[in-house]
Design a binder for this molecule. Structure first.
Ligand code: G3P
Length: 220
């Protein structure tokens, strides 16, 4: 399973990259705004900085909601760096833009996916990634992990090459549920990724090992 970090925060991206297990980054307009990145040139410069840190797979989202605007923005974003994956919302115009950009050899991430039907359309249009938002589904009283299982099964039935990228992950149990469901990729906030490291018995066990080692050292 591939691990992406869902943030536009460069410090977090660098720290996750330093761990040696990071496969990519996803951003969205809300995450860019959270970091105070506004204005076209600043946004472009920020994507370039992210691309300098990670090896591949930097999802950069378009703002336009019409086909022409989406493809213009998509072409501009893709030209910044080979690592860029153009993120488009799963609406009618987004499906058309996915097909167009894919045929131009540009990787597309279809985002804001909440149903298996939407995921099927994304695969049919040739999307490289599909992003079902599991946390937001859970918030609305549904089961996000069930949607991941459903999409994984459908893609397997027809051998679609589109990767399932579980997004809107809030915590460690979400990551584990997605791994059990066979998601190809998860994108998680820094805190949830680092949460994978933690268990109180690991801390307690390590403290005991070090204390026992100290005792023996003192004897000799
Ligand atoms: O990448 C977008 C997605 O992960 C959003 O997450 O927490 O805002 O629902 P959230």
């Amino acid at each position: 399973m591939k691990f992406f970090i869902d943030t536009a925060n460069l410090t977090e991206i660098k720290e996750a990259q330093d761990l040696g297990v990071l496969d990519g980054v996803t951003t969205n307009p809300s995450l860019m705004a959270k970091e105070g990145i506004t204005g076209e040139q600043n946004i472009i410069d920020h994507y370039k900085k992210i691309c300098q840190v990670v090896d591949d797979n930097v999802s950069a989202e378009v703002i336009s909601v019409d086909f022409k605007g989406m493809i213009e923005e998509g072409l501009k974003l893709a030209a910044l760096d080979k690592k860029i994956v153009v993120k488009v919302p799963l609406i009618k115009e987004g499906i058309k833009a996915t097909k167009y950009l894919t045929e131009k050899g540009i990787r597309v991430n279809c985002t804001l996916v909440f149903t298996a039907g939407q995921a099927l359309l994304a695969a049919k249009a040739g999307a490289y990634l599909v992003s079902p938002f599991i946390g937001r589904l859970d918030d609305a009283g549904h089961n996000g992990a069930d949607l991941i299982k459903q999409i994984v099964q459908i893609y397997r039935n027809y051998n679609y090459k589109t990767w399932v990228l579980a997004a809107s992950i809030r915590h460690v149990p979400h990551i584990i549920q997605c791994a059990e469901a066979g998601s190809d990729v998860i994108t998680a906030p820094f805190k949830a990724l680092m949460g994978l490291l933690q268990h109180p018995l690991t801390d307690k066990g390590l403290a005991q090992f070090l204390a026992d080692h100290e005792k023996v050292k003192q004897k000799f």
